[in-house]
Write a protein that binds this ligand. Structure first.
Ligand SMILES: [Zn+2]
Length: 282
């Protein structure tokens, strides 16, 4: 990706630029040459943008810490209509510190950010999603179950990948109550009466489909009210993975890391008997 150099260096033509304050969440940071950085930031007003940050010799440089992974804040930016934009300064900065120190939170948050990066086009403004990302990352930082938050984003990002299935009601009759299974052939959920319509339906557990539907609408302040047993989490994970495999076909390194994490986590943790899991439907 070093080739991006040509996009910003020494351009002669005049580019439209504005110095402005933007609220943003750092998606990724990459060192560029000796001291400079390329930082991808999801901004509330301009969507996803790549910024060039000129390095400073001063170790106390405030911009330097403002572009750390898992930071969000208000940046003073020179937004260019073409090519790279530039970060000039920072006003308020907040770090989701637990993600910088906790390997599990780090893994979930890293995956959420890279999935968002994959799902969104550059420069498409989406303040609603920006708020959700901020809430979701804050919830992880504050100790809510990161796996549930990851699942919520996975389900919602299907929309941004342009492949949102109908999770609202049976695709045949509009039923919203009862047991459901998932059918990729019919692009949505099937009520029990219509299971016959697809013999290759997923055979997911009704519980997993229930949470899949719930996660498509759940607000982040309700996450704390949900406790899931390991078994249920596994079923949900299987269902979402199937959907992603079939609908999106993306294989992110950060997801692979999480999948491996489950394996060694199972070995490592003899967790002190988990709180008796109860599924809460609301
Ligand atoms: Zn039906």
């Amino acid at each position: 990706m070093i080739c991006t150099t040509t996009q910003f260096s020494y351009r002669k033509e005049k580019l439209v630029s504005n110095l402005e304050e933007v609220e943003g969440i750092v998606l990724s940071v990459r060192k560029h040459k000796e001291r400079d950085f390329l930082v991808k930031i999801f901004t509330n007003t301009h969507g996803k943008l790549m910024f060039f940050v000129r390095g400073s010799k001063k170790p106390t440089d405030s911009l330097r810490s403002a572009i750390l992974p898992f930071s969000y804040g208000t940046y003073i930016a020179d937004i260019r209509s073409d090519g790279l934009s530039f970060l000039r300064d920072v006003k308020d900065i907040h770090h989701f510190t637990s993600m910088q120190t906790d390997i599990f939170k780090n893994a979930y948050a890293t995956y959420i950010l890279s999935l968002l990066d994959a799902a969104l086009e550059d420069k498409i403004k989406n303040p609603g999603l920006f708020e959700q990302l901020k809430l979701g990352l804050s919830a992880i930082d504050e100790g809510e179950d990161p796996e549930i938050i990851m699942n919520i984003f996975e389900v919602r990002f299907l929309y941004h990948f342009g492949v949102m299935p109908n999770l609202n009601s049976c695709v045949f009759c509009g039923e919203t109550q009862g047991k459901f299974d998932f059918s990729s052939v019919h692009n949505g959920i099937l009520c029990e009466r219509h299971w016959v319509e697809d013999e290759r339906r997923y055979q997911a557990t009704a519980r997993a489909v229930h949470f899949l539907r719930l996660f498509s609408i759940l607000s982040f302040d309700r996450v704390g009210k949900i406790t899931l047993k390991e078994e249920t989490k596994k079923e949900i994970r299987w269902l979402i993975d199937q959907i992603y495999e079939e609908y999106v076909g993306l294989h992110l390194k950060s997801k692979k890391f999480i999948d491996n994490m489950y394996k060694w986590e199972a070995v490592l943790k003899k967790r002190p008997a988990q709180k008796n899991g109860t599924e809460n439907e609301n």
